[in-house]
Ligand binder design. Structure first.
Ligand SMILES: Nc1ncnc2c1ncn2[C@@H]1O[C@H](COP(=O)(O)OP(=O)(O)OP(=O)(O)O)[C@@H](O)[C@H]1O
Ligand SMILES: [Mg+2]
Length: 366
C-alpha cells in the first residue's frame, strides 16, 4: 500500500505518454497521485510498524512556471509534508514529483543534488532555520558553496550585495548575526539565502505567519517583486486564507492529506464549492457590515479525524453538513472539473452550489 510502485522513470517522453510537450507550456511542477505515509513505530527498539500516518494521500496538481500556487488547510493536513516532498526532502511513498518534465520521485545522489539547486525553501521560523552562530555573509556563502557557485573574491562579494539589495537590506547586514535583526528583516535574510543559488522554484512554508500583520505585507511584497524580477515560481503554504489570496494565482485547499478543491484564486473566494472550503471561508470575517450580516456561516461538527485512521469514502464525510449516507461514506470522490479550471473533490458539488441537495448547515442548525 505504501511502498513505491514500479521503477523510476526519468524519461519525459515516456512520462507524458506521447512526445514531450514544448518546455514553454510544460508546468514547472507536477505532482501525480502523490502519497507520503509515515510509519508509526512501537516496541522497545521501535522495530514494529503498527500503522501509517497518511500525511499526503493522493494529491495531483500542477504549478505553472512563473506563477504562485497557494496551499491552504488547517494544522496537520499535510501542507508542510507536501512542500518538503516537492523539494524531495521527504521521499514519496508512491506517485510522482516531476520538476520540469523530470521525475525526481526515486532520484538520489548526485542527480538529486543537481535538481535541488533548482529549488529552495523559505521557512516560517527564521530563528531556528538560520544558524545563530553564522553571520549573514557566511550563511549566504554557505549556500553558494554547497552548489559550487562561490567564485571567490570580488565576484562573490558583489553577488552578496546584490542579493541583500534585492530583498531590501543594506550591505552592512553582511556582518551581522540573525538575532540582531527583527523578524521581518530575518525573513528577508532567509529569502536572500534561498535566492543565492538562483532557484527556479521557491517553496515558502508559512513565510509570514510569525510576523506582525504590518510586516507581513512588506515581506509578501518582497516575494512578489522578486518573482517579477527573476521569473520565480512559488509554492506558498499558509493556514491563513487572507495571505494566500493576495499572493496566489491558483489556490489548493487540503484536508486530511487530500486536495479537496483547486481553482484560480479569485474564483475560489467568490465561488467556493467544496463544503470544507465554504466552512473555512465562512470563518473569515468580512469588513462590510451588510455582507457580514448575511454571509453564510458553517460550523463544522466533530473533530478532525486522525491522519493515521482516515475515514472511509470522502475524507470530509464525518464533518460534512451535506453528507449523503450510502455514497459519501463509501466512495472517495476524485477531484473533478466542475467549472473551468475549478476542480472539486465532492460527489455533490453542483447540487450544493445550486441549493438542490437536502441537508446543509441551515437544516442541521434548525
Ligand atoms: N517525519 C514525520 N514522521 C511522522 N509523522 C509525521 C512526520 N512529519 C509529519 N508527520 C505527520 O503528518 C501529518 C501532516 O503533518 P504536516 O506537518 O505536513 O502538516 P501541516 O499541514 O504542515 O500542519 P501545520 O499547519 O501545523 O504546519 C501530521 O499528522 C504530522 O504529525
Ligand atoms: Mg506545516
Amino acid at each position: 500500500m505504501t511502498e513505491p510502485t514500479g521503477p523510476p522513470n526519468t524519461d519525459p517522453a515516456v512520462l507524458d505518454g506521447g512526445g514531450p510537450p514544448e518546455p514553454a507550456d510544460r508546468p514547472l511542477v507536477e505532482l501525480r497521485d502523490l502519497r507520503v505515509h509515515f510509519p508509526i513505530k512501537r516496541g522497545v527498539l521501535l522495530d514494529r510498524t503498527v500503522g501509517w500516518v497518511h500525511a499526503v494521500d493522493g494529491v495531483s496538481l500542477r504549478i505553472e512556471r512563473g506563477s504562485t500556487y497557494g496551499l491552504v488547510g488547517e494544522s496537520g493536513c499535510g501542507k508542510s509534508t507536501l512542500g518538503k516532498t516537492v523539494l524531495r526532502l521527504e521521499k514519496p511513498s508512491s506517485g510522482s514529483v516531476v520538476l520540469d518534465g523530470i521525475d525526481m520521485s526515486r532520484m538520489s545522489g548526485e542527480p538529486l543534488r543537481r535538481m535541488r539547486r533548482r529549488m529552495q525553501m523559505v521557512f516560517q521560523d527564521t530563528l531556528s532555520s538560520l544558524d545563530p552562530r553564522q553571520s549573514v555573509e557566511s550563511l549566504l556563502v554557505e549556500g553558494l558553496r554547497a552548489h559550487g557557485m562561490d567564485e571567490g573574491g570580488g565576484r562573490t562579494e558583489r553577488r552578496l550585495r546584490e542579493l541583500l539589495s534585492a530583498v531590501g537590506l543594506p550591505a552592512s547586514a553582511l556582518r551581522r548575526y540573525p538575532h540582531e535583526f527583527s523578524g521581518g528583516q530575518r525573513q528577508r535574510v532567509g529569502i536572500a539565502r534561498a535566492l543565492a543559488v538562483e532557484p527556479e522554484l521557491v517553496v515558502a512554508d508559512e513565510p509570514v505567519s510569525a510576523l506582525d500583520v504590518s510586516v507581513q505585507a512588506q515581506v509578501l511584497n518582497v516575494l512578489r517583486d522578486l518573482q517579477d524580477e527573476y521569473g520565480l515560481t512559488y509554492l506558498v503554504i499558509a493556514h491563513d486564507l487572507a495571505v494566500v489570496r493576495h499572493v496566489a494565482d491558483r489556490v489548493g485547499v487540503m484536508y486530511l492529506g487530500g486536495l479537496v478543491e483547486e481553482s484560480d484564486s479569485d474564483e475560489l473566494y467568490e465561488q467556493p464549492l467544496h463544503p470544507y472550503t465554504r466552512a473555512l471561508l465562512s470563518a473569515v470575517p468580512v469588513p462590510e457590515p451588510e455582507v457580514e450580516d448575511s454571509r453564510e456561516r458553517i460550523l463544522l461538527s466533530g473533530d478532525l479525524p486522525s491522519p493515521a485512521d482516515p475515514p472511509s469514502g470522502c475524507l470530509f464525510q464525518t464533518r460534512c453538513p451535506w453528507r449523503q449516507p450510502g455514497v459519501c461514506d463509501v466512495e472517495r470522490p476524485e477531484p473533478r472539473e466542475v467549472g473551468e479550471g475549478h476542480r472539486v473533490a465532492c460527489h455533490y458539488a453542483e447540487r450544493i452550489r445550486d441549493g438542490t441537495l437536502p441537508g446543509g448547515p441551515a437544516a442541521s442548525a434548525g
